[in-house]
Design a protein around this ligand. Structure first.
Ligand code: C2E
Ligand code: CA
Ligand code: CA
Ligand code: CA
Length: 276
């Protein structure tokens, strides 16, 4: 039966099988990654657009896998979400990031990514409260980054958990803005401190494509009128930097100012007081 026009499908089967197998193995290994101390946070600088002053860092998860080396979150966060491993992993991320940021001077902030799954857990607010108390990090120096996916989860209590976490005094930013099913309703209902403009807009706008340029301009104006800041993500080049500054983005993050760095290197950036 596979011969009757099914040749193409057949050709993909070994790869499909390999992917499913790799995923199953990764899932088993991910269960042990935490206790084996294979997870690490890297910290990427976020700077103020106008002055270039360091404002803080975004914590980005890495898995130091014994066979595969350093693995990025795009390869295992989805697995963690589907297996509920995201709860213990997310708790470790929050605690570790708060403890690290508590050593930083001044008002430097740390931003932590929170997946929608985590907000469906009513204990999430306790996890954040406890991370703040134990690290003694002032709440306003912790920023949580959520995506539009959070608002697609009606009936799970996610937005209610979000409100409770906000009552702790932490900051909230809207990540990857414009890449999901954007609805402006939740922007006015939720106490966001900032909107993060996805790299895809930055790249095409800097190439002179008019629509993404118009969108960034509109988002900056919208954020301003709602009293929110904007962060341009994924700024790599001088041209992209000039453009997002020109458009009035408040903060900038991207390889131009620094890649995600191991903790010791992030401390070195703070010590030198400069990202280069
Ligand atoms: P994100 O939150 O949008 O993070 C930004 C991603 O863009 C990071 O990828 C970062 O390394 C990359 N990036 C930053 N600047 C540049 C640039 O100038 N050019 C390019 N090409 N890329 C840049 P990363 O570290 O691989 O993380 C991917 C995604 O995984 C994150 O996207 C976030 O959604 C998720 N993630 C990372 N850490 C965590 C975590 O602790 N918990 C959860 N739930 N998700 C996480
Ligand atoms: Ca993020
Ligand atoms: Ca992002
Ligand atoms: Ca992203």
């Amino acid at each position: 039966s596979k011969d009757r026009g099914g040749g193409v499908f057949h050709a993909y089967e070994p790869q499909l099988h390999a992917d499913a197998e790799e995923r199953r193995v990764l899932e088993l290994e991910l269960r042990q990654a935490l206790e084996r101390r294979q997870l690490a946070l890297h910290y990427q600088p976020v700077v103020e657009a106008a002055s270039g002053t360091l404002r803080g860092f975004e914590a980005l998860l890495r898995w130091n896998h014994p066979r595969l080396g350093s693995i990025g979150p795009d390869r295992f966060i989805a697995i963690a979400e589907e297996t509920r491993l995201i709860s213990p992993i997310g708790e470790w991320v929050a605690r570790t990031a708060c403890e690290e940021a508590a050593r930083w001077p001044g008002d430097l902030r740390v931003a932590v990514n929170v997946s929608p799954e985590q907000l469906t857990n009513p204990h999430f607010v306790t996890v954040i409260a406890s991370a703040l108390v134990q690290s003694r990090l002032p709440a306003h120096r912790l920023e949580l980054e959520v995506t539009e996916g959070v608002f697609m989860r009606e009936g799970t209590g996610a937005t209610r958990v979000l409100e409770q976490v906000l009552d702790l005094g932490v900051r909230l930013s809207l990540d990857d803005f414009g890449t999901g099913y954007s609805s402006l309703g939740y922007l006015s209902r939720t106490r966001f401190s900032s909107i993060k403009i996805d790299r895809s807009f930055v790249v095409s706008a800097a190439k002179g494509v008019p629509e993404p340029l118009a969108i960034i301009r509109a988002v900056v104006a919208l954020a301003r009128s709602l009293g929110m800041a904007t962060t341009a993500e994924g700024v790599e080049t001088e041209a992209e930097l000039a453009m997002v500054r020109e458009l009035g983005c408040s903060n900038i993050q991207g390889y131009y100012f620094g890649r995600p760095l191991p903790v010791a290197e992030a401390r070195e950036v703070i010590r030198r007081g400069s990202t280069n």
